[in-house]
Design a protein around this ligand. Structure first.
Ligand SMILES: O=C(O)CCC(=O)C(=O)O
Ligand SMILES: [Fe+2]
Length: 295
């Protein structure tokens, strides 16, 4: 039962939806994820780079290059991205029509990792605290007034997960003194501290969806012994700005036959994505793609 997810997201900055997909689908998506991940780990990208064994996220599992002999698995991924139950949840949370952006897989690193730095995603765009604070408060006030979010990163766990931590309510306000000390002081010396006040651990059973607001204080835990397989679906609200970057740079979606065999609602959903981005993809034609292997 989904009770007013929009209010939950606007007020606390997080949501949790148990069993958004059923057990059979979880098993299928695990097979597909392993299939993509094993290829991604060993194939160089257009820049000649092989991913580090310490990587904790891979992008674009919807690239057809992963599925030369298993087209049905690509169809399953596309039908998952456009699943009406998932889109209904996202639409309710965002308070807006939904546009696809990226599918990613979070996994444990294979080499020694860490508990992850506490951060707000926007902190990487600002060189001083005043500007960062102003941006957070502006976006927070706008969220409170319009109840519309620009986007969401919906994590769907394929195995049990306790990997994400979040400080509820922190997405619309500036840090307390203690939070700022942990998050930013002394060249990030304390950024992995376990002492963050008010932190909550998001527990997900396989098939559960969860999301937290990108401006809130959060982190992931990345250790080889903390086995992780979590898909992340990133969507944008139609009213929001269209980010044009390597996450939305997916020209393969416009290739003939890409949508063959998908459900009608999936086709309509991806046609909207293709329509919004086709011009951008054409402009970027020929530029090396860093996030996918050369197949
Ligand atoms: O690993 C996680 O769950 C957190 C990832 C994260 O910080 C992000 O996607 O911005
Ligand atoms: Fe983050």
């Amino acid at each position: 039962m989904f009770i007013d997810l929009n209010t939950q997201y606007v007020e606390t900055g997080q949501i949790h939806v148990p069993r958004i997909i059923d057990a059979d689908r979880v098993v299928n998506l695990r097979c597909i994820s392993e299939h993509c991940l094993s290829q991604w780990r060993c194939k160089p990208n257009a820049k000649g780079e092989i991913p580090s064994p310490g990587s904790t996220v891979m992008r674009h599992l919807n690239h057809p290059g992963y599925f030369p002999n298993n087209r049905q698995w690509l169809v399953d991924i596309l039908d998952f991205i456009a699943d009406p139950k998932i889109i209904a949840v996202v639409q309710e949370v965002l308070g807006d029509e939904v546009l696809f952006r990226t599918i990613s897989l979070f996994m444990n690193p294979l080499t020694p990792g860490s508990d992850g730095n506490w951060h707000r995603d926007c902190q990487f765009f600002f060189d001083d605290f005043d500007k960062e604070k102003a941006a957070i408060l502006k976006e927070g006030d706008n969220l409170a007034a319009t109840r519309k979010s620009s986007g969401i990163q919906l994590q769907v766990a394929l195995i049990p997960s306790n990997h994400s931590q979040f400080v509820p309510g922190s997405h619309r306000r500036w840090d307390t003194e203690d939070e700022l000390y942990i998050r930013r002081s002394n060249g990030l010396k304390y950024a992995t501290s376990n002492l963050m006040p008010g932190k909550t651990v998001t527990h997900q059973e396989p098939g559960d969806a969860a999301a937290f607001h990108h401006n809130g204080i959060h982190r992931g835990n990345y250790r080889p012994e903390l086995y992780r397989r979590t898909l992340m679906l990133t969507y944008t609200g139609m009213a929001a700005e269209r980010p044009k970057d390597e996450f939305s740079d997916q020209p393969w979606c416009a290739e003939p036959g890409y949508l063959d065999g998908v459900k009608p609602e999936t086709k309509a959903f991806f046609e909207r994505f293709i329509g919004e981005y086709r011009g951008f993809w054409e402009k970027r034609k020929g530029e090396p793609k860093g996030l996918v292997p050369v197949f």
